[in-house]
Design a protein around this ligand. Structure first.
Ligand code: DSN
Length: 458
């Protein structure tokens, strides 16, 4: 039995849960088994290392406080202060930032904090249209960003790529006070320097949301916006293999004076607390610190390289199988498919694939006439395939299985379909074998980030 109080508590907690609440214990167990036994090509997810999960489950979450290390509004913070300082230092190191705030509860919250600190209600903001790949918080009508501010949108050209001249034209016409770049379903590299020039031309703040590509940025496989944008935001659970949460980062503009006379760093610090958030989740901040340590490791760089290689192979294999891959392919972890050419809808593709234990998500595509609940596309990603240790030929197999389902599904309504049981059985058997050959990190093997993986060796 371990001597460590922290470890004893977590082990005892798991045992107590099993005895006292078998229903919940069983659901949690089933969820972890589901993750292991299904092939997740979810672009917006990764798998947190068990060492991250235990931080999130730790007693640091019992600490109620407000404020920042050394300047809290409650007593009893000496250890959580050190934990938060560690997370800040690791965030700055991972991204080469001069300022990091690790308290945002999510990437969306981070964006809302930035918007509310730099804009006044009604101010004009410019962001990428949702169906072109933007995010709800970048000015979509359904979100606070498009309701409290006057949101203007840019899209993508017929080639699926950002037309920077068009962004500059829209920006000059509407003169936004803030421009968002980055998004949720844009598979190509983003030219942050070009965006900064467009923002500077009209005196706008540039905010880069790198939630989807944060791992590639940290690994140096995508240009970093940290010095190009005034502010960079990210969630920590997508490509950083961390807990549910967000980060706000500043680079060379940390000392930039806003209209109020305060620096950007002071503005963001006060906007997170006390302006928009209350108590920080210190357990989650500990988990961010752990994930950010792994992000700085050589293994993570190899993982990131593998993520991009696998996505390139996935896009190529799906195109070879006759599917319409948008934006002509990918520079990231993400592949966008227009499934209308397969005679189906995004929601049918998602459901039929899930019936075969393949997890993707429906996604609007540029110019989509369908509602986001139906959508004409699906978004796929390779974060989890790389974490499983797959090689490019294994991803060709994954693409073949996706193609089999898309070819065999009979779409009988916008969200209804028929799929032969024999096809389901066949695909599920192959998925099961792939999942057995490539177990998730921590289930039951140690994480590749901790131990190195055979596939990363070369
Ligand atoms: N931002 C959403 C997505 O990309 O799916 C959730 O993380």
């Amino acid at each position: 039995m371990t001597e460590c109080v922290f470890e004893q508590t977590l082990l005892r907690g798991a045992e107590l849960l099993r005895q006292a609440d078998p229903e919940l214990h069983d659901l949690l167990d089933q969820e972890q088994i589901r993750q292991h036994e299904t092939l997740s090509l979810t672009a917006a997810a990764s798998i947190a290392d068990p060492s991250v999960l235990v931080c999130d489950a730790s007693a640091a979450g019992n600490v109620t406080t407000e404020g920042y290390p050394g300047a809290r509004y409650h007593a009893g913070c000496r250890h959580v202060d050190e934990i938060e300082r560690l997370a800040v230092a690791r965030a700055k190191a991972a991204f080469g930032a001069s300022y990091a705030n690790v308290q945002p509860h999510s990437g969306s919250t981070a964006n809302q904090i930035v918007l509310c600190s730099l804009l006044r209600p009604g101010d004009v903001m410019l962001g990428m249209d949702l169906s072109s790949g933007g995010h709800l918080t970048h000015g979509a009508a359904a979100s606070m960003s498009g309701t409290y501010f006057t949101a203007v949108a840019y899209g993508v050209g017929a080639d699926g790529l950002i037309d920077y001249d068009d962004v500059a034209r829209i920006s000059k016409e509407h003169r936004p006070r803030l421009i968002f770049c980055g998004g949720s379903s844009y598979p190509r590299a983003i030219d942050f320097a070009r965006f900064r020039a467009i923002a500077d031309d009209v005196g706008a703040y540039l905010v880069a949301d790198i939630s989807h590509i944060a791992g590639l940025v940290a690994a140096g496989l995508h240009p970093s916006p940290v010095d190009a944008a005034h502010v960079t935001t990210t969630s920590t659970y997508k490509q950083l293999c961390g807990p549910r949460g967000g980060l706000i980062l500043l680079g060379r503009d940390a000392g930039y004076r806003t209209a109020s006379g305060k620096t950007l760093a002071d503005t963001i610090q006060g906007a997170v607390f006390p302006f928009l958030q209350g108590t920080p989740r210190l357990n989650t901040i500990a988990a961010k610190a752990r994930a950010l340590a792994t992000v700085a490791s050589p293994q993570f760089r190899l993982l990131a390289r593998r993520i991009v290689e696998l996505a390139d192979r996935l896009a190529g294999a799906l195109a070879d199988n006759g599917h319409r891959v948008l934006a002509g392919g990918t520079d990231t972890h993400m592949v966008l498919l227009d499934v209308s050419g397969d005679g189906t809808t995004g929601i049918v593709a998602q459901r039929a694939l899930e019936a075969c234990d393949i997890i993707v998500n429906k996604n609007a595509i540029p110019g989509d006439r369908r509602s986001p609940r139906i959508a004409s596309g699906v978004r796929l990603g390779t974060n989890i395939l790389a974490l499983r240790g797959m090689d490019p030929p294994d991803v060709t197999d994954c693409a073949r299985l996706v193609s089999t389902v898309l070819r065999e599904v009979k779409t009988t309504g916008e969200s209804d379909y028929l799929l032969d049981e024999a096809v389901i059985d066949l695909v599920r058997a192959e998925v099961s074998e792939l999942c057995r050959r490539f177990p998730l990190p921590g289930y039951p093997l140690p994480s590749p980030l901790a131990s190195g993986y055979r596939s990363y060796a070369g």
